[in-house]
Ligand binder design. Structure first.
Ligand code: NAD
Ligand code: MG
Length: 397
């Protein structure tokens, strides 16, 4: 029986993970579930999965929830804050940690799991984008096993030989090809992009996901973050990672070898496949995903990304090449911009403008320790907030 902690259990990845786990009650047991503020949902999950621990943001919420769960006859213990998240990510009883908190908030608890040498199933790409060098160093030093569940990276992982750690060149890899759906605005007239609404941006054509990653997919910042994620996971140079727009989202990514072979992983767009792959690795288990019907699919299309339309993708590639704290700055500015867009404070096109301005304003530092990363994150958020306030008031005038 493997004991699993799910960081971000009430989100979209959390739900898919619990769906897979519930299909294999003899193999997986939930050890801890964490949520930020969706308390009702967490109560429901605790009733279904009876975890040893549940973690919320504040002490007050923890007390309220503790009473509620005890009243329901559950012996789940409530913890709170970063300390609670780190405790359940690193507890000695835990076999695997699913890192599915959205944004920078996932960094510290995910690192705690890594430093405890856990098997870490990584969805929280922002953690790796922010602190890639330190994160990968910690993985090596503490013998953690890092398995990507972001679908593209999981696909690449499946297409690489198991000795890829020796170096991509060593194992004959020429390029990594990351596929992208192009999001809901792939064909929207450029002139109309300024007016698109949060609801339109969140209506992804192929995937049902949390709001932040849905907006990131619409701007293609998601693919930019994934480019940086791929560089760290597979020790690739940014120039070795190519983005291919593939609107059907059936090929989840590809590896191009020097002999001309190109290996791809295909499947219906459903996160339960990469989650089941990572949970069971190196074995295979049922995920509940229906088999791919190639006759029904009939065709697949591929396009080069339009960098004028998707300015965020260019900003991310530049940050990847610059290195140091540039990706952390990019990520923090993006988080503030997306929150501003979702709150109706700024328009869709302002997301890229905000990020570009913050990147120009902050000097990039080399990353020596976690504090450098957290400081860059904080400074970028402050500058982004100032930009947001100024441009928000301009918009109202
Ligand atoms: P979501 O918004 O649906 O869920 C986020 C989860 O994180 C929730 O459980 C929420 O309670 C928790 N959370 C939010 N802010 C928090 C904070 N400050 N502290 C602690 N917990 C907090 O997001 P999602 O779509 O499930 O995505 C989660 C992560 O997985 C993101 O990093 C995303 O990029 C990545 N990812 C998601 C998908 C997908 O299909 N949804 C695919 C690939 C990668
Ligand atoms: Mg992805």
């Amino acid at each position: 029986m493997q004991k699993i902690t799910i960081l971000g259990a009430t989100g979209s990845i959390g739900a898919s993970t619990l769906d897979v786990i519930s299909q294999h009650p003899q193999t997986y047991q939930v050890f801890a579930l964490t949520a930020h503020r969706q308390l009702d949902k967490l109560v429901e999950l605790c009733q279904r999965f009876c975890p040893r621990y549940a973690v919320v943001e504040t002490e007050q919420d923890a007390e309220v929830l503790q009473q509620q769960l005890t009243g329901l006859g559950l012996d789940t213990e409530l913890l709170f804050g970063d300390a609670g998240l780190c405790q359940v990510a690193s507890a000695s009883e835990v076999d695997a940690v699913v890192s599915a908190i959205v944004g920078a908030a996932g960094l510290v608890p995910t690192l705690a799991a890594v430093k405890a040498g856990k098997k870490v199933l990584l969805a929280n790409k922002e953690a790796l984008v922010m602190s890639g060098a330190l994160f990968m160093q910690a993985v090596r030093e503490h013998g953690a096993q890092l398995l990507p569940i972001d679908s593209e990276h999981n696909a690449i992982y499946q297409c690489l030989p198991c000795n890829y750690h020796e170096g991509l060149q060593q194992v004959g890899v020429r390029r990594l090809l990351l596929t992208a759906s192009g999001g809901p605005f792939r064909e929207t007239a450029l002139a109309d992009l300024a007016k698109v609404t949060p609801a339109q941006a969140c209506a992804h054509p192929n995937w049902s996901m949390g709001q932040k990653i849905s907006v990131d997919s619409a701007t293609m910042m998601n693919k930019g973050l994934e480019l940086i994620e791929a560089c760290w996971l597979f020790d690739a140079k940014p120039q070795q990672v190519e983005i291919v727009v593939h609107p059907q989202s059936v090929i989840h990514s590809l590896v191009d070898y020097v002999d001309g072979s190109v290996l791809a992983q295909l499947g219906n767009p459903d996160m339960r496949t990469p989650i089941a792959h990572a949970l069971a690795w190196p074995d295979r288990i049922e995920s509940g995903v229906s088999p791919l019907d190639l006759y029904q699919l009939a065709r697949m299309d591929f396009y080069e990304p339009d960098l004028e339309r998707f300015a965020c993708l260019k900003l991310a590639r530049d940050a990847a090449e610059q290195g140091g704290t540039a990706p952390a700055i990019l990520n923090a500015a993006n988080e503030v911009a997306v929150a501003g867009f979702l709150a109706g404070q700024i328009g869709f096109l302002a997301i890229a403008h905000l990020i570009e301005t913050v990147l120009q304003q902050l000097a990039v530092q080399s990353v020596t320790n976690l504090q450098t990363v957290l400081t860059a994150d904080q400074q970028a958020r402050e500058l982004a907030q100032i930009w947001l306030t100024q441009n928000c008031s301009l918009a109202r005038r």
